[in-house]
Design a protein around this ligand. Structure first.
Ligand code: SF4
Length: 197
């Protein structure tokens, strides 16, 4: 199936509606020309309301990490695909985990429709568990610390949420080592993608 009909199918999905306190509203961005794929966690309430992926402080930090502006971030060379496409609701200690149905139903089909992706950023322990076979409970720091093992195709990263400020403070190597690499890669990939013909 090509990307357009697949995205229409996803946007009409109500498979786990009974578990979604705010109701289904899948928030996904994908273009056939995407070179960089960002696999995040799940929309928060603000993104659920706007329907715009990463339209929140986490998105502002993510764009800073990538070294790109909003038009580029929302342009045809980036795909923004969370582990769960709909806002899962909030529990005592923050947003609930992403619904597991999306990975099983949609991920493989979506990724197959993005043939030009060169770099996949795995943000959050759920994305790491799904795409690096990492234990979601214990290995976020270890997986991110081993980032060179996964390049150039994948880059494990913490989620850019303000909730992770303490993690970022405890692991200053992420900003000093990983981010300069990430910005260089992103610059190079986008320069190539924009090259005519
Ligand atoms: S979370 Fe995923 S499976 Fe559930 S309704 Fe939304 S798109 Fe469908």
């Amino acid at each position: 199936m090509s990307l357009g009909p697949l995205l229409r199918e996803i946007r009409a999905c109500t498979v786990c509606a009974e578990h979604l306190p705010a109701g289904p509203r899948p928030v996904v961005q994908a273009h056939r020309d995407a070179r960089i794929l960002i696999i995040g966690q799940a929309p928060g309430r603000r993104v659920h309301e706007s329907g715009v992926p990463w339209d929140d402080p986490s998105g502002d930090r993510l764009r800073d990490w990538l070294g790109i502006d909003k038009p580029t971030f929302y342009g045809e060379h980036l795909a923004l695909i969370p582990m769960g496409f709909c806002y899962p609701g909030t529990g005592r200690s923050g947003d609930l985990p992403p619904r597991p149905e999306c990975e099983e139903l949609w991920h493989a089909r979506l990724l197959a429709a993005l043939p030009k992706v060169e770099l996949t950023l795995l943000l959050s322990r759920y994305a790491l568990a799904a795409y690096l076979d990492a234990d979601p409970k214990t290995t976020l720091t270890a997986s991110v610390a081993a980032w060179r093992t996964y390049t150039p195709a994948k880059l494990p990263m913490p989620h850019p949420s303000p909730r992770n400020n303490l993690w970022l403070k405890k692991n200053p190597w992420f900003e000093s080592d990983v981010l300069p690499y990430l910005r260089r890669r992103v610059r190079r990939i986008l320069r190539e993608a924009r090259r005519p013909g």
